[in-house]
Design a protein around this ligand. Structure first.
Ligand code: EPZ
Length: 475
């Protein structure tokens, strides 16, 4: 009897491992969504990808162990982990969402093209490596679907710290002054940049003197990173405001930190509940990080009740009305919610204008939504949406992370079936979104695409890393 249940358990575990490997490797690349169901129930929010990534990079600032909890299990985290391991750090995962990172034996000061091309946030290794080791080489990230996304402000900041920054064969090669230590500086960003603020804030922690970053980004992820750095012994003040002061110290130590919940995942599920005329309880979130999102959604008819500091209740009993929005850096309405909001406005009474000010090419989802029957007119950085328009299922292609989320949302309300291609985009930043949606009543499933030769070699790589991380597939 014992033997049967053990065999059953092992078989089940390997099946889970096999499905998870296929899922996370980007080999599985379609979602099939059948629309028309209301969502009801409870959904738990995962940790914030955009905080976990810089916090993992911050571990490079010290030889001691940094333990991070509430790490989301998404593709970008696996890429960041591979980057750290390639550099020579060790990343242990005593459990799925806890990473114990030790950069005691870093040998390579380089973020290679192969990784940077899959995830721009790899540039966050530049600041910590340069500050602690006095040198770093990072492939210059190219543009991406949503814009050219230069890192000139990052590089100008490192030069202000006295570093020599050169571009060699597509790589940024940076060297600290001859004594190996960066010099503090007053840096004014002429454009608000999130990872720019994070990169320079991390570098400044080990610089000689006190740095001031002005017109800095104020996102909650910046505050979360600063909290970790201060636990490591840094002296960062003013994170979350436009002016951050960092008094450099000789060295940093280990720390333990829990990553904040993902405010964009929270916003995405609020929209899912409203669109499907359902009722959702969203738990493990931080409503205080979503002020602009909640305000905008309430203004168009979504009922959002703050049950307690980590739980929201969402419904939309009286339908939606049109509402204009302009994206801008925090605390304004985030660009990462623009695509999801556009789908919502396709179902609202009247005409809405959505102005995208952060990225120059972030309306790729609009043409796919038009193919589903949405009335959207794009004029430069402005999208005019007329509603309500009934949507019909179709084959659509995801172009980037948030665009793919908007297509899933559209599929939830479309007539018949929607087949979404390239869902590897969504796996980059949403932890098992189809499982979470199915648990509250959605009809969504992953469709396995035939595996090509190149994909199978990538698959083997993934299996190796997953076996080590002892994956548990829980909802
Ligand atoms: C972060 O990207 C997020 N990524 C993005 O989330 C998010 O959309 C963006 O901030 C804005 O909120 C992570 O945190 C990993 P920026 P980042 O530097 O830091 C220009 C998602 O969906 N700029 O704040 O790369 C830039 O081109 C992703 O999770 C320069 O000109 O964005 C853009 O127009 C997508 N020079 C604007 O500033 C620079 O040196 C804001 O970009 C840096 C930025």
């Amino acid at each position: 009897m014992f033997l049967c249940s053990l065999c059953l358990f092992v078989a089940k575990w390997f099946l889970c491992l096999f499905v998870a490997c296929l899922t996370l490797s980007g080999i599985v690349d379609k979602f099939r969504v059948t629309g028309g169901r209301e969502l009801h129930g409870r959904v738990a929010i995962s940790g914030a990808k955009n905080s976990a990534l810089p916090c993992m990079a911050a571990a490079l600032l010290t030889p001691e162990t940094v333990t991070l909890h509430n790490i989301p299990y998404v593709r970008d985290i696996i890429t960041q982990r591979r980057l750290l391991e390639d550099i020579g750090a060790t990343v242990l995962t005593p459990e799925l969402r806890t990473h114990k990172i030790s950069a005691a034996h870093v040998e390579l000061f380089e973020a290679p093209y192969e990784l940077v091309k899959t995830m721009r946030a790899s540039v966050l290794a530049l600041g910590p490596l340069l500050a602690r080791f006095g040198k770093a080489k990072v492939s210059l990230p190219g543009g991406c679907a949503i814009g050219t996304r230069p890192i000139d402000l990052h590089l100008a900041g490192f030069e202000s710290f006295g570093a020599e920054v050169k571009l060699e064969a597509g790589n940024v090669v940076a060297r600290a002054p001859s004594d190996g230590r960066l010099r503090a500086a007053d840096i004014h960003f002429n454009k608000v940049t999130v990872t720019g603020t994070e990169n320079l804030m991390m570098a400044a922690t080990l610089a000689r003197g006190t740095t001031t970053l002005s017109n800095a980004a104020c996102e909650p992820e910046i505050v979360d990173l600063a909290d970790l750095l201060n636990k490591m012994g840094a002296r960062v003040n003013g994170a979350g405001t436009e002016t951050i002061q960092i008094e450099g110290v000789e060295s940093l130590g280990g720390a333990e930190h829990t990553i904040i919940p993902d405010r964009i995942e929270t916003g995405t599920f609020i929209v899912a509940a409203a669109l499907t005329c359902g009722e959702l309880e969203i738990k493990d979130c931080r409503p205080d990080h979503l002020t602009a999102i909640i305000e905008q959604l309430r203004s168009v008819g979504v009922v959002i009740r703050e049950v307690n500091p980590t739980t929201l209740e969402v419904s939309c009993p009286d339908g939606l009305k049109a509402g204009h929005v302009t994206t801008a850096p925090y605390p304004k309405f985030p660009t990462d919610m623009q695509a999801q909001y556009m789908v919502l406005m396709t179902q609202a009474q009247g005409r809405s204008e959505i102005v995208e000010t952060v990225f120059e090419n972030r309306f790729m989802h609009a043409s796919e939504l038009q193919r589903m029957g949405a009335q959207i007119h794009i004029d430069g950085r402005s999208a005019i949406v007329d509603g309500p328009s009934p949507l019909n299922g179709a084959r659509v292609i995801a172009s980037d992370l948030r665009a793919s989320a908007s297509l899933v949302l559209a599929g939830l309300i479309a007539k018949d079936e929607t087949l979404i291609d390239r869902v590897y985009h969504i796996d980059r930043g949403y932890e098992k979104i189809e499982a979470k949606l199915r648990a509250v009543g959605a009809d969504i499933e992953r469709v396995i695409a035939p595996v090509t030769a190149t994909q199978s070699s990538e698959f083997n790589l993934q299996v190796a890393s997953l076996q080590e991380s002892k994956l548990k597939l829980e909802l």
